[in-house]
Design a protein around this ligand. Structure first.
Ligand SMILES: [Zn+2]
Length: 276
């Protein structure tokens, strides 16, 4: 059933041009793992991430094409690498939940999952909404004004979207818990658990986004298009000109940065669950 649902979501995403064919395949791999091993609540959170990100991407796309399309390595259609970069850690946590160790620590695993997905949601929202900012972004490290779309550039609007995206993912997970049935957890315990899920979303999402911006500013591979004279994440610029390596670690592309963002979200989400 999880595979069928994921295939439906992947097909719809491809039809609506939110996913390439590879991206649809990635959605099936990630969606089947998350929903099949994690359960329906985890699947709902995954769909929330995907649907909200696609919607914001669509709303922002027109203005973004004018403002910042130059700098983005990939268009608004997500490919296989992006699907795994955004959902791979969440899928691994869902599978880990079925191991003996994961089963002994279900609440920690769940908080890590919420943190991972909150980080991906927060980062995607910040990217999509941040490019609509009327003010130019500032580099997170030096505060220098940079052109929209620059990795590591932040705006107040993008920061607000980060908080909103991170918190909302936690709220969706908390709301999906439903009401305890007769003989279930006492209400106070259920309320406390819900609060922890929201906290895991906020903490994991913020930390993941921060890591993403720092890596983007300090370490991500950036290239230079000699024809357009702009910095870009692309190895071949969209004008068709092969770009020249300029700075950063060559292997640290956007997918690697997004994977790190999600991993930091998972660690901080799990850690937030330990707070008393
Ligand atoms: Zn160019």
């Amino acid at each position: 059933m999880a595979a069928a649902l994921s295939a439906g979501v992947g097909y719809a995403g491809h039809r609506r041009a939110a996913l390439t064919l590879g991206g649809a395949a990635g959605a099936v791999v990630v969606g089947t793992s998350v929903t099949g091993a994690g359960g329906w609540r985890w699947g709902i959170a995954m769909i929330y991430f995907f649907a909200s990100s696609s919607l914001l991407s669509r709303l922002a796309s027109e203005r973004k094409q004018r403002a910042a399309a130059d700098k983005f390595a990939k268009g608004s259609r997500r490919d296989f690498g992006q699907a795994l970069a955004n959902g791979g850690v969440a899928a691994a946590l869902a599978l880990a939940r079925r191991t003996p160790s994961g089963a002994r620590h279900t609440e920690t695993t769940e908080a890590a999952f919420v943190g991972a997905l909150a980080a991906a949601t927060a980062d995607t929202w910040a990217t999509e909404v941040g490019t609509l900012s009327p003010r130019a972004p500032r580099l997170i490290t030096t505060g220098r004004l940079v052109t929209p779309g620059t990795s590591g550039g932040i705006t107040a609007l993008g920061l607000a979207a980060t908080v909103a995206g991170a918190t909302s993912l936690g709220v969706v997970m908390a709301a999906a818990r439903g009401h305890p049935r007769h003989g279930g957890q006492p209400n106070t315990a259920n309320t406390a658990r819900r609060a922890r899920l929201v906290l895991a979303g906020l903490a994991g999402g913020l930390a993941g986004s921060l890591a993403d911006s720092l890596l983007g500013a300090l370490a991500q591979a950036m290239y230079w298009c000699p024809r357009c004279e702009v910095e870009t994440e692309r190895r071949v610029h969209r004008c068709g000109t092969p770009t020249k390596y300029r700075r950063g670690l060559r292997w640290l592309d956007n997918d690697a940065v997004n994977t790190a963002c999600s991993a930091v979200g998972a660690i901080v989400g799990a850690a937030s669950n330990q707070w008393r």
